[in-house]
Every structure is written in structure tokens, then in C-alpha cells.
Design a protein around this ligand. Structure first.
Ligand code: M6R
Length: 358
């Protein structure tokens, strides 16, 4: 039940800090991580991880790609299930498949799972519904523990997927003796993420004002970032487009001058997401290029990189996990834009919660 919340989406956005804490309780015991030893052994044996997903879950998979490569030192690539099913890349010698899916019923993913099961290849489904088809048919299954997600726009499942990928990448990296995994205190980072998310949720009125300033009447919008900020830009654009029908595009900030800057006109809204110290200056200069052409920029910036004039500050967190924070204002911007335009936030036109046909 949505209780005091006007829409499930706002309730589910607000539940994200509790989901982070629940995942910590579920997958940690004292200082150790709790994963099936057989799952860890199968992952350790793999020479490449193939993350297969659709929509928001694919965007969480892109973050997972960075997490598994950097913490566990294993080559990892995220694929769109609908592409992978019919245009399969060359597989490595020992592939391991990770299916990321809130519902566990997405037909595009099932198509891939049937193919890889026919080849007897190992797989893991991370899902919010452990009784779902994709959980039952994969070799292993892990619970996202996000609780039922009712709004068509996925929110808490995204952050749960990123957090669970971080826990598993840390466990795998530690099992492999990776120095990067040892140095990464996943429990500390996830509790910081929970506190940081709450601080952002508490700023929802200010974010509502920013939504009005940026998106009240616009027909298009852009989100830019680099690294994990790029991945969260893709998810931010998807949120805005699916519930407010604004034509939104997320892309790598460095690509701006390779085409998209041609679309910037006076007043065009651009959200710049800046949480990585290695690329912050470059993304800032991309934002200035937008402003020089009259575009309207909203800067979402990590506390440690903040400068006067930045619009929204997100608390400090390892840049690998910053999507856990930066997505929260983006979800709220989309929510309020949809609300102010008078749409049914939870049930956008033409969309189903679970896409069970290819
Ligand atoms: O249940 P799944 O995670 O497999 O669903 C994947 C997509 O259909 C889903 O994320 C969709 O893109 C949402 N509407 C996004 O908000």
C-alpha cells in the first residue's frame, strides 16, 4: 500500500535508504560477506562476466561492469538482452552470465537464458522475485530484497541492483585476493549511501523547484557525465522520458562536441553529473560550452568537488558507487515533472511493469 504517499514512485524512491540497510543485513555477517560458496567458486572460475539486462536494469549493469572489473579484476561487459539474443558476441572460454532483472520475467532475458542453458553455461539471476522464471531457470539466484516495486518507473530496484553488484564484486575480489577489493569497505560505503540518499530525499521540495525551473515546459532535455556519471545519465534520461514524455537523452559528456551540441539552443535544459575527480574539470568545461550557447545547466556535484554556483550537492562516496546517490535527485526531478504536468506518475502511457513478450 502506498499509505500517505500520493504515488508508489515517491514511496519507492523514499524506501531506498531502507533497502540499502536491508541488503547489508541480508548479505553481511559481522565483517564477512555471505554468499553461496558454490556461486563464488563458479564466478572465480570464469574468465569473463556477461551481464544481460534491459532498461533500467541494463543501466545498473553498466555500473556493475565497472564494479566487477575494478574490484574483482575480471573482464565484464553489460549487454542489452534484446541485442545479445540475436547478435551474440564471441564468447570467452569460460563465460559466466549475470541476469539483472527486477521482475525476473522479462522475455528478452529469458530468450538469452534458454540459449545459454542449452550450452550448459553457468548463470546467476539477481532479481526482486525469487520465484520468477529467470530465478528458477538460472544456476544461481540472489534476492534484490528491494520489496515489491509497483510503479512502472523502476527506482529502488536500480539502487538495489547496484548495491548487490557491489557486495558481490567485493566478495569475489576478496576471494581472489585483489588489493582493490581489500581496500574497498563496501559496508561503510553502503551505509554512507543510505545516509546520503536520505539527505537527498529530505531536499525534495528544493528538487521540485529545480524541476520546475528546468523542465516545466521543455520538450527535450539532456543529461551528461563521464564514467559512472555517464551511466547514471542514461538512467536519469530514461526516468524523465518514461513518465514525463520529455524527449531526454543521456550521453557521455565528451561526446557533446561530436554532435549533440548542435541541438543546444537558448533555454535547452542540460543536467551535468559530476562526481569523479579524474574527469570533473572536463565535464565542467562541457557544461560551460552548453551555457555559452544559451543552454540552461543544472549541476549535480559530489561534495568534495563542489564549487560556488553548483545546484545540488551529493554527499561523499566512492565514485564507483556514486550512482546510488546521483540517481535520487534525477528520480525526483522526473517524478515532479510528471506530477506538475498532470500525468499518472505510476502508470505512464504505453508501458507495462513487466515486459513478458519480446
Ligand atoms: O523487470 P526488469 O528489471 O527485467 O525490467 C527491465 C525493464 O523493462 C525495466 O527496467 C523498464 O525499463 C522500466 N520501465 C524502467 O523504469
Amino acid at each position: 500500500e502506498k499509505g500517505a504517499y500520493p504515488y508508489y514512485m515517491l514511496k519507492e524512491v523514499s524506501e531506498q535508504p531502507a533497502v540499502m540497510r536491508r541488503l547489508l543485513r541480508r548479505y553481511t555477517k559481522g565483517a564477512s560477506l555471505q554468499f553461496d560458496v558454490k556461486l563464488l567458486a563458479a564466478l572465480k572460475d570464469a574468465d569473463q562476466l556477461y551481464i544481460v539486462a534491459a532498461g533500467t536494469s541494463y543501466h545498473a549493469g553498466l555500473v556493475g561492469q565497472a564494479l566487477f572489473e575494478q574490484l574483482a579484476g575480471v573482464r565484464t561487459t553489460a549487454f542489452l538482452a534484446s541485442e545479445f539474443a540475436y547478435h551474440q558476441p564471441l564468447l570467452s572460454q569460460k563465460p559466466f552470465f549475470i541476469f539483472l532483472t527486477q521482475s525476473g520475467e522479462t522475455a528478452d532475458l529469458r530468450q538469452v537464458l534458454v540459449q545459454i542453458n542449452a550450452k550448459n553455461l553457468p548463470s546467476l539471476t539477481m532479481t526482486n522475485v525469487l520465484t520468477a522464471t529467470l530465478a528458477r531457470e538460472a544456476t544461481f539466484a540472489l534476492d534484490l530484497a528491494a520489496g515489491p516495486e509497483i510503479a512502472v518507473a523502476s527506482t529502488k530496484a536500480y539502487t538495489a541492483q547496484v548495491a548487490l553488484e557491489a557486495l558481490l564484486a567485493k566478495a569475489l575480489g576478496a576471494a581472489k585476493g585483489q588489493a582493490a577489493a581489500k581496500a574497498f569497505d563496501v559496508e561503510h560505503e553502503l551505509s554512507l549511501a543510505a545516509t546520503g540518499q536520505q539527505a537527498l530525499i529530505d531536499q525534495q521540495s528544493a528538487i521540485h523547484e529545480l524541476a520546475k525551473e528546468m523542465f516545466a515546459t521543455t520538450r527535450n532535455a539532456f543529461f551528461i557525465g563521464r564514467g559512472t556519471d555517464y551511466y547514471v545519465s542514461l538512467e536519469s534520461a530514461l526516468k524523465l522520458k518514461e513518465i514525463s514524455y520529455v524527449q531526454a537523452e543521456g550521453f557521455a559528456a565528451g561526446e557533446l562536441k561530436h554532435g549533440t551540441i548542435a541541438l543546444i539552443e537558448p533555454g535547452t535544459p542540460v543536467v551535468a553529473i559530476i562526481t569523479d575527480p579524474t574527469t570533473a574539470a572536463r565535464t565542467r568545461s562541457n557544461a560551460e560550452e552548453v551555457e555559452a550557447r544559451g543552454g540552461k545547466v543544472l549541476r549535480i556535484v559530489a561534495e568534495s568537488l563542489a564549487e560556488p554556483g553548483d545546484d545540488l550537492i551529493v554527499p561523499a562516496l566512492n565514485p564507483l558507487l556514486s550512482p546510488l546517490l546521483t540517481i535520487v535527485p534525477a528520480q525526483l526531478l522526473a517524478y515532479y515533472t510528471s506530477l506538475d504536468r498532470g500525468y499518472d506518475v505510476d502508470r505512464p502511457r504505453n508501458l507495462a511493469k513487466s515486459v513478458t513478450v519480446e
